[in-house]
Design a protein around this ligand. Structure first.
Ligand code: 5GP
Ligand code: ZN
Length: 112
């Protein structure tokens, strides 16, 4: 499959990995939109939240807990924002579900 994130997971495309377990990797975004900008990416390929199966419910739940558990270590003790884009209106550019983790600075009170 010609998917950038699957290639990053397999190590075929280099990335700055900050965390990995059986469920997911976390990498630095190549074009950060906040002082700290990570991507939490499940190792299982599915396009977005509309393609989640029942099994993926617990996977994504574990991912959220892992992000929370890592937050201090990643410098996000002041808080952070989670975003997961789906589709053209949201400007999703990589059709492999991922959760943007943004922080390290005071962000706008406007979501977009
Ligand atoms: P989306 O627009 O789909 O919600 O987010 C995709 C994100 O992936 C973007 O923020 C973009 O900067 C990031 N990205 C795209 N290609 C790469 C890459 O090769 N490496 C890394 N680290 N991030 C990437
Ligand atoms: Zn993929």
């Amino acid at each position: 499959m010609d998917c950038i994130f699957c290639k990053i997971i397999k190590g075929e495309i280099p990335s700055e990995k900050v965390y990995e377990d059986d469920d997911m990797i976390m990498i630095k975004d190549i074009a950060p939109q906040a002082k700290l900008h990570f991507l939490a990416i499940p190792k299982k390929h599915f396009a977005d939240v509309t393609e989640m199966t029942e099994e993926d419910v617990s996977l994504v739940g574990r991912m959220l807990k892992t992000i929370g558990g890592l937050s201090k270590k990643l410098g996000l003790e002041g808080g952070f924002r989670l975003v997961s884009n789906k589709g053209a209106d949201a400007m999703q550019s990589v059709p492999h579900l991922h959760i943007h983790v943004l922080g390290g600075e005071k962000m706008s009170d406007k979501m977009c």
